[in-house]
Design a protein around this ligand. Sequence first.
Ligand code: GLP
Length: 241
Amino acid sequence: MRVVVTNNYQEMSREAARIVARQILAKEDSVLGLPTGDTPTGMYEELVQLDNRRLIDFSKVITFNLDEYYGLPLDHPGSYHRYMREKLFDHVNIQEGSIHIPDGVAKDIEEECRRYEEEIYRYGGIDLQILGIGPNGHIGFNEPGSDWEMTTRLVKLSEETRRRESRYFRDPTEVPTQGITMGIKTIMKARKILLLASGKEKAKATTKALKGPVTKKVPASILQLHPMVTVVLDKEAGSLF
Ligand code: GLP
């Protein structure tokens, strides 16, 4: 595991964008696994700039998002569909058909999860999976206690996660109680993983995940067993290292 501690959020974002850019330059039809949240917004801004300066090209890139809320209209301001459009897809030349995000309002959710998982392998699997980490150590919506063997599925969100995510909603009661997420098994099958964390709030979770025992109580700790992980932190998230 390679750990890079940068001076601040902007440096973390630039370093992350460079890693993604190198992946796209090495393989133009790379399959990327993408996260949402506050952490990767700077990375997306950097990627948009690299694309607009024609240093990278998204036209053959395939993307699969990590997760989405269950039951939230796709154009709801809190949805990850909306987030991805606003932060990345509306600003780069990716093809519409190359974008994959779990459909949280699909009629048959079990079928949607199965289809999503199959679609990833139809494209040959994920080349680079980018991840954030929750303050409780979650990755995607795989909350503490999640089984390692799980693939894409419907999950219940912890109250802690719902409370935290309420910043994206007008009213805390609007935050869905469930989400669709790639499972830990799906994530671990990616060829390479890039984990990002920024801010004091993430220092404990990051240290537990990367230096503590591998335990279901800290879902991100499984990454210690992945052969190709790069972790990029800002100084605050890396302060307990
Ligand atoms: C959410 C998302 C995760 C994300 C995490 C951290 O729960 N489902 O995929 O990594 O929160 O979010 P943030 O980057 O805003 O701290």
